[in-house]
Design a protein around this ligand. Structure first.
Ligand code: COA
Length: 246
């Protein structure tokens, strides 16, 4: 796979690397980028060779500065703009990815940028990272899942604080609130994200995928249902192991 206009896709053994690549517009999320990501993630999802995926942003200033406002605001209407964006459900695709997704975050991580990061399973940030949902200040609602993913990660109180006020968090604040799992010096960010991906890729992929599934899906269940899910997944792995020995 190659030749995407807005995303660089690289596959290095069992690790896939996606670079949001519109640095001249701070990697703003456009319809073209939605389509490129959709095509790439659809392919990765069914590629058993890929065991971990790293997301990063091109350029010095941003992971992604949110929806492409020039494109969004030049649509015939906000309703039309939203409709165009909903034709391909990239966000459910993110949610359904079996491989661990790792975000390497630097600079501006705003709007759709933070929403992409929130679909990732591990978030590394450099000290210059700035996180925010400017939507409310622009008179629009986050529509890439942010109203649902953010409270699951920050808790309701922290999510309301960001979403209702447009408050931005620096990397340290994001770390203290649990949005970011590690802060890494800027010059080491990509290397650390790669190392993490390689490390995860060295583990049994069936165990890793099922652990991710248990965590992500279990969170939306009662504890009782979650324990059942964990038990079923563990039993499934045992069966796979047994049949592979025959
Ligand atoms: N959509 C489209 N283009 C964007 C963009 C966006 N969300 N964010 C930045 N850009 C473009 C700018 O228009 C500028 O392009 P130009 O050089 O052709 O004028 C370029 O990226 C650099 O941005 P600039 O504003 O000059 O950088 P800055 O360092 O002064 O400010 C930000 C950085 C992130 C504070 C500022 O760009 C900004 O507020 N962007 C919009 C963030 C936002 O509201 N996102 C939407 C969320 S729904």
């Amino acid at each position: 796979m190659s030749g995407f206009e807005t995303v660089i896709y690289e596959k290095d053994g069992s690790v896939a690397r996606l670079t949001l690549n519109r640095p001249q517009a701070l990697n703003a999320f456009s319809v073209r980028m939605r389509d490129d990501l959709f095509e790439i993630l659809s392919a990765i999802k069914t590629d058993d060779e890929v065991r971990a995926v790293v997301f990063k942003g091109a350029g010095d200033k941003a992971f992604c500065a949110g929806a492409d406002l020039k494109e969004f605001l030049s649509a015939p209407s906000a309703v039309k703009a939203r409709h165009i964006r909903s034709v391909r459900d990239l966000w459910r695709l993110f949610l359904s990815m079996p491989q661990p997704l790792i975000a390497a975050l630097h600079g501006y991580v705003l709007g759709s940028g933070i929403e992409i990061a929130l679909y990732c399973d591990l978030r590394l940030a450099s000290p210059d990272a700035i996180f925010g949902f400017p939507e409310v200040t622009l008179g629009i609602l986050p529509a890439a899942g942010g109203t649902q993913t953010l409270p699951r990660i920050l808790g309701l109180s922290g999510a309301l604080d960001m979403l209702l006020t447009g408050r931005r968090l620096n990397a340290q604040e994001a770390f203290l609130k649990g949005m970011v799992s590690r802060i890494v010096p800027r010059e080491e960010l990509l290397q650390k994200a790669e190392e993490l991906a390689q490390n995860i890729a060295s583990f049994d992929p069936v165990v890793v995928r099922n652990a991710k599934q248990a965590l992500i899906h279990g969170l939306d269940m009662t504890l009782d249902q979650g324990l059942d899910l964990e038990w079923r997944l563990a039993a499934k792995i045992k069966e796979i192991r047994k049949s592979s020995k025959i």
